[in-house]
Design a protein around this ligand. Structure first.
Ligand code: C2E
Ligand code: MG
Ligand code: MG
Length: 567
């Protein structure tokens, strides 16, 4: 709409409304202006207001006489500037009373032309200048604002924050990041436009309190807001302003989390300061007991550690510091357990930091876009290994690899797998894919589409960490999967103090209903194995059978098993 208005304005003469009760004045202006502008005339205040309401999107300027019979020019000006729909139309005030100039400018007039009128050229020049300035300003506002909330967008926010630093070098500042917990659930439950409205409400509250605290605020993306303001001893005030006053029906559902990086170090760049605020906020993601977290030394140390990992990544790939371990899975629904496949699990043998578990670096690499490269490395190692075992020791063992939810968005994923298998002469049956349940809940449609593509060329998909991704039963029944891996937490809880295996039984029932086998992870004792077998669980992976082993050790394990079978 906006664009079309501009287009319209560019291709026709700009429209000016002249409001003056004296005919002679209107006539002079007509002669001055009619060649360059499209003119509307009004001789009465009320009539002018009505006309402005009607033509508000078309008017480029209003020329307003102050001495009008029914409503005064000042009153009209006041009304226009108090109405959000008309406040942006520039107004030039015309009067013989030069003393009114300051007052009119304060009321929001853009300029002032005194009567009797100056020359044609002077009037034209002032009008031209006013319109041009106004349009430039509008374009600027459009580019610097987020269209949903009217707050600054990220780029301009950083620009203004930088400017602020420049002029207030000694002022202590806080970087704050606010986020709505599980915002996608609100969207899903109440609809997108409700979600949008909620974001607008939060934006308005933040804007209001920032006027008071002399800070600036922007919407970074989706449901994330950033604030840069002079240091506050009591940042709870900001939180309270943003997180209260919602509609009754949602007030217990809408929860915000706020991360604060206090007294920022101005020697690091602005983005990084807000990364710190975000790191603080992330520590209380979905934590219902805490809504504000402050960046502290422990987080700082973690940040430094993570940085070391990220910086060390290219070298780690080059020097093959990543090592793939293999953990067997056993089919237990037989007299004796039978090795059915193995899971490939990566470890990082870091030259300075020692052995690092994937639980530490995988989530980090997922955030930093490195995970695909790392997984590629693992996948390649694995197919090479499968091929080697087949040829060298005559054992074919299917291996499952973990596919990060981030990998799923790689456009050429299917092709990549195809090429990899072809190159090492491995079939899709020997190379299983584990995809975590939460990937499905995040962007169901896209993931389902990719999974369908992968299955259509023969891949078997195991849904990993089942039970932690909060899929609805409704959704699960339509998911394309070939096995359910029960998250380790359920096994742990079921056999903790006071055995309660009901949830496990439910999950196994769900899998039966879907017609897919279940795999239990983290199984450590004989008691667990037997109970799971009783419940109908098909496959078991865990320390009871074996820890994840380096390839060479796993190979000895394979050979041993083969000998046992042959004996
Ligand atoms: P996951 O895929 O759910 O893997 C199972 C985890 O459980 C592994 O942890 C395994 O060592 C551990 N585990 C297996 N049996 C037992 C047991 O009996 N007791 C206990 N306490 N733990 C057991 P690990 O190797 O630390 O991996 C953690 C997670 O890191 C994996 O969870 C997976 O999500 C991710 N990961 C591992 N390797 C890769 C990889 O190559 N690529 C990607 N994208 N993610 C990986
Ligand atoms: Mg896994
Ligand atoms: Mg798992």
């Amino acid at each position: 709409m906006k664009k079309r208005d501009n287009f319209y304005k560019q291709n026709t003469k700009q429209k000016i409304l002249i409001v003056d009760d004296e005919m002679i004045n209107r006539e002079i202006l007509r002669q001055y202006l009619e060649n360059d502008y499209d003119l509307l005339m009004s001789e009465d205040g009320q009539q002018a207001l009505d006309l402005i309401k009607e033509k508000k999107t078309e008017l480029s300027l209003i020329l307003l006489d102050l001495m009008l019979p029914s409503i005064s020019g000042k009153e009209i000006l006041k009304q226009l500037k108090n109405d959000p729909e008309t406040e942006k139309i520039p107004v030039i005030v015309m009067t013989a009373d030069n003393d009114s100039e300051v007052e009119c400018l304060e009321l929001g007039a853009s300029d002032f032309i005194s009567k009797p009128y100056p020359s044609n050229a002077v009037v034209l020049a002032r009008i031209h200048k006013t319109i041009e300035l106004h349009e430039k300003n509008e374009t600027l506002q459009e580019t610097e604002r987020d269209s949903l909330t009217g707050l600054y967008n990220k780029e301009f926010f950083f620009r203004y924050a930088q400017q602020h630093d420049l002029y207030h070098q000694d002022e202590k500042m806080d970087a704050i990041l606010l986020n709505v917990n599980r915002f996608h659930m609100i969207n899903e439950r109440f609809g997108r436009s409700y979600g949008d409205d909620l974001l607008r409400q939060i934006a308005a509250k933040l804007k209001k309190i920032m006027i008071d605290k002399e800070g600036i605020v922007c919407r970074r993306d989706a449901d994330t807001f950033m604030i840069y303001c002079p240091h506050l001893d009591n940042n709870k005030e900001i939180y309270n302003a943003a997180a209260s006053g919602f509609d009754k029906e949602v007030e217990n559902i809408v929860r915000l989390r706020m991360g604060v990086y206090e007294n920022v170090d101005k020697s690091i760049d602005l983005e990084r300061r807000f990364d710190r605020a975000k790191a603080a906020a992330d520590t209380i993601r979905n934590n219902f007991n805490r809504s504000i977290a402050v960046y502290d030394t422990a987080m700082h140390e973690k940040e430094m550690y993570n940085e070391q990992l990220i910086e060390g990544f290219p070298k780690a790939v080059e020097e093959k510091q990543f090592e793939v371990y293999y953990q067997p899975k056993f089919d237990i629904q037989n007299e004796i357990p039978i090795l059915s496949s193995a899971e490939a699990l990566v470890r990082w043998k870091h030259p300075e930091l020692g052995m690092i578990s994937p639980g530490v670096f995988v989530p980090l690499f997922e955030e930093n876009g490195l995970v695909l490269d790392m997984d590629n490395y693992v996948w390649t190692e694995v197919v090479e290994q499968i091929n080697d075992w087949k040829n060298r020791i005559g054992i074919t063992v299917p291996v499952s690899v973990n596919v990060s939810r981030v990998d799923m968005f790689e456009i050429n994923l299917v092709e990549r797998f195809k090429e990899l298998l072809k190159k090492y002469d491995v079939t899709a049956k020997e190379f299983l894919l584990e995809i975590t349940e939460s990937a499905y809940t995040e962007d169901a449609n896209q993931i389902i589409e990719i999974v369908n593509d992968l299955r259509s060329i023969g891949f078997k998909i195991e849904m990993d960490d089942f039970g932690t991704g909060y899929s609805s039963l409704n959704m699960i029944s339509s998911l394309p999967i070939d096995a359910l891996k029960i998250d380790m937490g359920f096994v742990r809880n079921a056999f903790n103090n006071g055995k309660d295996t009901r949830i496990l039984e439910v999950i196994i029932d769900i899998a039966k209903y879907l017609g897919v086998p279940t795999i239990a992870e983290g199984v450590e004792t004989k008691e667990q194995v037997e109970a799971l077998k009783e419940m109908g669980c098909d496959i078991i992976q865990g320390y009871f059978f074996s820890k994840p082993l380096p390839a060479a050790e796993f190979e000895r394990f394979l050979i041993e098993k083969k000998k046992q079978l042959e004996a």
